[in-house]
Ligand binder design. Sequence first.
Ligand SMILES: C[S@@+](CC[C@H](N)C(=O)[O-])C[C@H]1O[C@@H](n2cnc3c(N)ncnc32)[C@H](O)[C@@H]1O
Length: 414
Amino acid sequence: MTSLLGSAVDLDVGAAAAGGSCVSRHEGRVVFVRHALPGERVRAVITEDRERFLRADAVEIHAASPDRVPPPCPYARPGRCGGCDWQHAAGDAQRRIKADVIRQQFTRIARLELPPFEVEELPGGLLGWRTRITYAVDPDGRPGLHRHRSHEVEHVDRCPLGVPGVGDTPALERTWPGHTGIEAARGDGPEVTLLAHRPGPGRQARGRRPPDRVSVVDGPATVDRSVLGRRFEIGAGGFWQVHPAAADAFARALLDSLEPQPGERVVDLYAGAGAFTAVLAAAVGPAGSVLGVESASSAVADAERNLGDLPWARVERGRVDAGLVAGLAPRPDLVVLDPPRAGAGPDVMRAILGLRPRAVGYVSCDPATLARDVAAAVDAGWQLGGLRAFDAFPMTSHVECVATLKPCATGSEP
Ligand SMILES: C[S@@+](CC[C@H](N)C(=O)[O-])C[C@H]1O[C@@H](n2cnc3c(N)ncnc32)[C@H](O)[C@@H]1O
């Protein structure tokens, strides 16, 4: 078959799909169209021609959606920066699209029809919210951001998603020969830390580079962050929710849905520096306990430094898997988990439910893996007790969910 790559086609655009495109059809094949919105008629250029589907960029809008707005960033255009997906949609439309995608994932993967819900807006607006950006560096050392599904670097003089000092870091004005990336990070204060990414030791395996060596080149080695009024001091390269309002929103959602009681025992899996560990510890009090489990030693060290006044809470270094979870004793009343994008997986889910907690709070940055893991829980006789979603990544297709799982009333309660 002749490749359609580079050819222009007129398309009627349907619903949004995961990943920031909308679904259309051309000559019997599905087309994933970027820079389009549901209901539009567009002229699109084919950017990828695969056996079973095509990808395309809308380059001309014949009939525009009422949700369409001019993208505020000059780099958010077909073929340019790939960091944002929905700059051309009004904020409320972005949140509607994300709710639709979550709903589709639960229907398709978990065979669950979700009750009506909205993706909640976080304070701060659509721009100027990213407290951490890792800029890519091209082979000549020039920094920028990756183009969509490409290793090519779009050279940018700023990223309007970044908070001041991060989106307009002076690091973008110079070259970084020998670097793989340059990262700007800011906490609640005005200081910005610059971290250099250099190629890590070891050989590339299965097309993947070994992890970068990351070191501070400018600014403080730690940043201050806070969750529900509690201050944390975190290694500048360590994990913390990137939207300034996110940690509070997710922690509050967990407290509201799980209602931890004084004296209860809680396990916090994938605990990072212990943001939720601390919040849960305050709720259960000294008669209770919270055990966090986290694989990154730097995050465990951050947790140790920050949880000293809560001796009934600790984060231990460990790699969460079904064996580790099954061995957790004593039996927890509540389990919280906040895994990376890949999710916990059905084996870990079954191990968690095997501990027979009274409820599980699952914080997820990927609705597809969340739906898969919720399906494993439903198969094990549990039910989805609640789902909230937050627009913690405006302008992008990313969205965060906080799901609550509860044993079915007829289940095997102790
Ligand atoms: C999404 S972050 C959540 C951190 C924390 N809950 C927070 O909000 O600050 C996921 C964390 O899981 C850790 N992690 C990834 N895989 C892990 C595993 N198998 N076992 C334990 N921790 C893991 C990462 O190092 C990271 O700190």
